[in-house]
Structure formats: structure tokens, C-alpha cells
Design a binder for this molecule. Structure first.
Ligand SMILES: C[S@@+](CC[C@H](N)C(=O)[O-])C[C@H]1O[C@@H](n2cnc3c(N)ncnc32)[C@H](O)[C@@H]1O
Length: 203
């Protein structure tokens, strides 16, 4: 089974796991605390999944887009957005995630998706090309872990990240004011998994 098929299968019941909802809420709160949000901010949620972060941020930003490689995840987000009366533009990416992200944006957020991306430095370079001048990123993912976070590691390319690597890759892609902090500590099977939030802006 491919990574995309795994997420397609998981999509209808994704939100039933409290841990995921709590993690996404913590990330959305950390983003709101770190990034000046406003009603005009054209925003992308990269690897949006069922939209846990997308829909939490939607009332605080302008037009919001969710991009994902999983049609099942996007379908679930479309249903939730429709039920909530919240407009969300959806971008369906090819299985490699290399398609057009539909920018330019003023803010790109992402939660728990970077570890599914083989070449993260290349993704950061892609983000700079999708941002308007002064645009920002706010990216959350796991700190380095021992491989115990995922029961099914299909499509997992990184066992979390060293924060200094994220900082180096963002700076190499041209980002300024790179800052990393702990967004939330996720608890799973009796173990703590810290989740960082990296923020940065382009010139
Ligand atoms: C762990 S889920 C996180 C979903 C959501 N951001 C959240 O916080 O609930 C990872 C998401 O990344 C998507 N994904 C995996 N590889 C991707 C890629 N190369 N490009 C874009 N999205 C990808 C998956 O389909 C899935 O929806």
C-alpha cells in the first residue's frame, strides 16, 4: 500500500483520534501566538489532511487553501468545510506532491507533513517561490524520535527532525528571522513526542 492509499483509507476516521485533534489545536494555537494573523492573509495549509489546522485557522486569516496528495483526505476536508460553511480552496497534488501549489500566498502553514517529504530542503525552496514579498511560513513537525511514533511507517521518510537541520534548510532556501520553539508535546502510548514550530519570512 502506498502512503497516499494509507491516508485515503484513514481519512474517514482520522478525526476520531483525540490525540490528533489535540495536537492540531496546539499547533494552530502556537501559529496564532507566533504569526501576526489577519483577515486578509492569503494562506496555504500544505499537507492539510482532514483540515484540523486549516479549519482552526480559517476564521483568523483570509482566503485559505488546503493542498494534499490524498484525495480521501481532501474529500473529508471538503465535507467538513461544507458542513461548517467555511470556504476552503482545495489543491489536489500528484502522489509525489510535486504539482502546482496554487500560490502566491502570504502565509504557508504545515503540520505533521514534513516527515512524509523525502527532500525537505527542496520543499523549502519551493515554498519561497510560492510566497509574496514578506510572506511567512509556520511549519510544525516532530522533533527527532526513535521510530516509535508511527505504528505504520508507510510513507514516513524522517523520524522527526533535528531543529538545527530545519533552521539550516530554511536559511539555505532564503528565509530570514528563522525561529523554532516547542508548539506542543504530543503524548502517545505513554511516551512524549515534542512537536516544534518553525517560523520564518522571506524578504
Ligand atoms: C500526518 S497527516 C497530517 C494532516 C494534517 N496536517 C493534520 O495536522 O491533521 C500528513 C498529511 O500529509 C499528506 N502528504 C503526504 N505526503 C505529501 C506530499 N508529498 N505532499 C503533500 N501532502 C502530503 C498526507 O496525505 C496527509 O494528509
Amino acid at each position: 500500500m502506498s502512503g497516499t492509499e494509507r491516508f485515503d483509507r484513514a481519512a474517514p476516521t482520522w478525526d476520531l483520534e483525540d490525540r490528533r485533534v489535540v495536537l492540531a489545536r496546539g499547533v494552530a494555537e502556537a501559529i496564532a501566538a507566533r504569526v501576526p494573523l489577519s483577515s486578509g492573509l492569503v494562506t496555504l495549509d500544505f499537507g492539510c489532511g482532514t483540515g484540523l489546522v486549516t479549519l482552526a485557522l480559517a476564521p483568523k486569516v483570509g482566503a485559505i487553501t488546503g493542498a494534499d496528495t490524498s484525495p480521501g483526505m481532501l474529500k473529508t476536508l471538503a465535507e467538513k468545510a461544507g458542513a461548517a460553511g467555511t470556504p476552503v480552496r482545495l489543491v489536489a497534488l500528484d502522489p509525489e506532491g510535486t504539482g502546482d501549489l496554487g500560490g502566491p500566498y502570504q502565509l504557508i502553514v504545515s503540520s505533521m507533513t514534513l516527515h512524509h517529504i523525502p527532500d525537505v530542503p527542496a520543499l523549502f525552496r519551493r515554498f519561497t517561490g510560492q510566497l509574496r514579498p514578506g510572506g511567512r511560513v509556520a511549519l510544525a513537525d516532530l522533533d527527532q524520535e526513535d521510530g516509535s511514533f508511527h505504528e505504520d511507517a508507510t510513507g514516513v521518510h524522517h523520524l522527526g527532525f533535528a531543529r538545527e537541520h530545519i533552521e539550516t534548510w530554511l536559511k539555505a532556501a532564503g528565509f530570514l528571522d528563522v525561529q523554532l520553539e516547542t508548539a506542543i508535546v504530543s503524548r502517545k502510548n505513554g511516551k512524549d513526542y515534542p512537536v516544534f514550530l518553525a517560523t520564518a519570512r522571506v524578504a
